[in-house]
Ligand binder design. Structure first.
Ligand SMILES: Cc1cc2nc3c(=O)[nH]c(=O)nc-3n(C[C@H](O)[C@H](O)[C@H](O)COP(=O)(O)OP(=O)(O)OC[C@H]3O[C@@H](n4cnc5c(N)ncnc54)[C@H](O)[C@@H]3O)c2cc1C
Length: 247
């Protein structure tokens, strides 16, 4: 999988601070220079002051100002299973690659066996991998090899059948019914900083599934470059806390 930042609000943390200070200023924030907006906040430099204010907002649960900056991520090659999980979040906007208009008629089923087009979960090959609700613990090499074989056969057969149905004139929107839930999909998703923290609370958590956790960690890395003060605070003080209903 790959996650890239497509677009994001410029100066997101200046925007958070302006929005928050608006609530407590007599002057109009729209015509006040940023250094004056921040004049009453503790700190030597403007950056120190932003750090003070953002820390204060997050510490006190004043999350509204974090709804103003927005980021758009392009995500490549997650499974349809992972896509189903992330699209449950109602304050995130999505565009999902269509299986009605994009058909996988050029893919060689032998390459599917090697990991193309369908995501291979680590448990298909790693004997030591222990996932949630797994009946056994770690397994021997022989069992892991058998698992890999069964997995590869199943996904390659599914893609072969899909292509055969296309050749028999079935529309892609119907032929796709035989494809595995691990079939890869690309998507674009946009959310604000508050929502990003909420998604991270739920999907970077230890009980979250490995694939959505991996994707969320990549989103968090990009968010840390985009909003460094906020996500440093999030990482140090908020990440891995027990999920809150209204973060
Ligand atoms: C480990 C894990 C396992 C899961 N297992 C399952 C499962 O087996 N089956 C299943 O169906 N789902 C499952 N989910 C999905 C989960 O139940 C949520 O639907 C999903 O994570 C969306 O998050 P959210 O409820 O916080 O809502 P979001 O859409 O992310 O909304 C953010 C916040 O806005 C508020 N909000 C949004 N809409 C409403 C509303 N209509 N009413 C009141 N408040 C609202 C809530 O405070 C909410 O937390 C699982 C999630 C996780 C993390």
């Amino acid at each position: 999988m790959e996650v890239r930042l497509l677009e994001a609000t410029e100066d997101p943390e200046e925007l958070v601070c302006k929005a928050a200070r608006n609530d407590y200023m007599a002057e109009f924030v729209g015509e006040t220079p940023f250094d004056e907006v921040m004049a009453s906040i503790d700190g030597e430099s403007l950056e120190d002051k932003q750090e003070t204010l953002i820390g204060h907002l997050l510490d006190h649960g004043h999350f509204g100002p974090f709804e103003h900056p927005q980021a758009t991520f392009a995500v490549k090659g997650i499974s349809r299973s992972c896509m189903a999980q992330i699209t449950r979040h109602r304050h995130v906007s999505f565009d999902i690659q269509s299986m009605r208009y994009v058909s996988f008629d050029e893919v060689d089923p032998e390459d599917v066996r090697e990991g193309e087009m369908v995501v291979t979960p680590p448990s298909a090959t790693d004997p030591d991998w222990v996932g949630r609700n797994q009946k056994s613990g770690a397994v021997g090499e022989e069992t892991a090899e058998k698992r890999e074989e069964v997995f590869q056969d199943a996904v390659a057969d599914a893609v072969e059948s899909y292509q055969e149905l296309l050749d028999l004139g079935m529309p892609p929107e119907d032929a796709r019914f035989v494809l595995p839930i691990g079939t890869e999909v690309n998507m674009v998703m946009s959310m604000n900083v508050r929502m990003l923290m909420h998604v991270a609370d739920m999907r970077a958590a230890a009980d979250s599934q490995w694939e959505i956790r991996q994707m969320t960690e990549q989103v968090l890395d990009l968010a840390a470059e985009w909003c460094p003060i906020t996500f440093e605070y999030y990482d140090e003080h908020m990440k891995n806390r027990k999920n809150r209903l209204a973060p």
